[in-house]
Design a protein around this ligand. Structure first.
Ligand SMILES: Cc1ncc(COP(=O)(O)O)c(C=O)c1O
Length: 425
């Protein structure tokens, strides 16, 4: 009996040792074999995620306040999204390059997206309703496609984007970036890009009859969540229509319910010529899209034919997941509820070390005195099981963009930890 116990104990110890070794080696392999994007990765080892929580390989539970940067809007592994994925897996995965076969999940998603865009506005697009979807694998590919579309449709080549905006990492999208520090090392990039200040009406004069398109986020994301006035956005729409420049709204971060409406532009009584989506669109799977009216989109069919193609864009499994996420967002009223949830964050995050909490819905930024204070806060929050982050072009503000399914109790739990940490720094 005693001998059995000893064998059992040593077996358990051995298993623990193996787990420890595996743990170490995963970490080491991460640094040795995963291309690093900075010298300071978070390097958290997450084994699984469910709802608003992620679980470390050591069993530690983390409240996710950033949704993988605006991706997990319906939460991690939403059961309806999983069901849609499993059902699609049982039918088929990739069949042929984009645009050739009639694939049910793609078609259903395109129709459902068009339905979300059947919106009346007193500041409409000159080209009618957006009802045509070109699927991509990511946000940056949606930007690239939209740029090519704008060039072909207008016959112009100048683009205008905002200072401190981020639209993606590929070279066209990078050319649009409004931060020279990000672009300098990769020049030459596209030559005809001008920047304007987000929210500044007088800068709209830079949009002229030479401009192919203005690309803008209604709520500026990586600049630290900048919310413009209604007057500005309406003036922007008018200036684009007057000059014949296309208005491309980048809703890669703000779409799919994040700001309190399915699309952020709905709150501004305007309508885009081209709309971009990705991130939260996939319910955790990779997918993006650029969308326009048939009148605009049809130019991609000719001169040359097949002038914009993709192998994996609109992958059937991603489309199924995205349709699942879209239905959850609509049926569970996630967009509307995001308004009250955002207000709750604002009312709770009151502290002398936070100068401002700005944003719309659950796309929020809490501004602090300096990057050092912010970094300390983020690190300590992670130690205490709450994951937050900062922004590419605003390093004194904390990103708060939790899954939209977050409950009032979970918001209180997250804010309590943030406030406790602020007391210690
Ligand atoms: C507003 C915006 N546009 C485009 C992109 C690029 O998307 P992706 O990383 O999927 O290429 C991002 C990514 O952060 C973004 O925030």
């Amino acid at each position: 009996m005693r001998q059995n116990c000893a064998i059992k104990n040593s077996y358990i110890t051995f298993k623990k040792y193996l787990k420890y070794k595996m743990h170490i080696s995963h970490r080491q392999h991460f640094f040795d074999h995963i291309a690093q994007t900075s010298d300071y990765p978070l390097a958290l080892e997450i084994e699984r995620a469910e709802g608003v929580y992620m679980y470390g390989s050591d069993g530690k539970k983390y409240l996710d306040l950033i949704s993988g940067i605006g991706v997990s809007n319906v939460g991690h592994r939403h059961p309806d999204v999983l069901k849609a994925i499993y059902e699609q897996l049982d039918k088929h995965m990739h069949l042929l390059v984009y645009g050739e076969f009639v694939q049910t999940s793609q078609v259903q998603l395109a129709k459902a997206l068009s339905d979300t865009l059947n919106i009346e506005s007193t500041n409409p697009s000159p080209f009618g309703l957006v009802d045509n979807v070109y699927f991509t694998n990511s946000g940056t590919e949606a930007v690239e496609g939209a740029m090519k579309l704008a060039k072909r449709f207008t016959g112009r080549s100048e683009f205008i984007s905002c200072f401190n905006a981020y639209h993606g990492a590929t070279q066209g999208a990078l050319s649009l970036s409004g931060a020279e520090s990000f672009k300098r090392s990769f020049r030459p990039l596209l030559p005809e890009v001008k920047n304007i200040t987000h929210g500044l009406i007088t800068d709209l004069e830079k949009i002229t009859s030479k401009t192919a398109a203005v690309i803008i986020e209604i709520v500026g994301g990586e600049s630290g969540v900048r919310v413009p006035s209604q007057e500005y956005i309406i003036a922007l729409r008018k200036r684009c229509s007057e000059t014949g420049a296309l208005l491309i709204l980048d809703e890669v971060q703000s779409g799919f319910g994040r700001t309190g409406s399915f699309w952020a532009f709905e709150q501004y009584n305007i309508y885009p010529d081209i709309l971009l989506s990705a991130k939260g669109m996939g319910g955790g799977m990779p997918i993006g899209a650029f969308m326009a009216s048939q009148e605009v989109m049809r130019v991609l069919k000719t001169n040359p034919i097949l002038g914009h193609i993709t192998t994996f864009g609109g992958h059937p499994v991603s489309c199924a997941a995205s349709l699942g996420a879209l239905k959850v967002t609509v049926n569970e009223n996630l967009a509307t509820d995001a308004i009250a949830k955002g207000e709750l964050f604002k009312s709770l995050l009151v502290h002398p070390k936070i100068s401002e909490v700005r944003g719309k819905g659950l796309m929020l930024a809490a501004e602090m005195e300096s990057f050092d204070k912010l970094k300390q806060t983020i690190d300590l929050c992670i130690e205490k099981g709450v994951v937050t982050d900062w922004f590419l072009f605003c390093d004194n503000s904390m990103r708060i963009a939790p899954p939209l399914i977050i409950t009032e109790a979970q918001i209180r739990e997250g804010c309590k930890v943030i406030l406790e940490v602020l007391e210690t720094i």
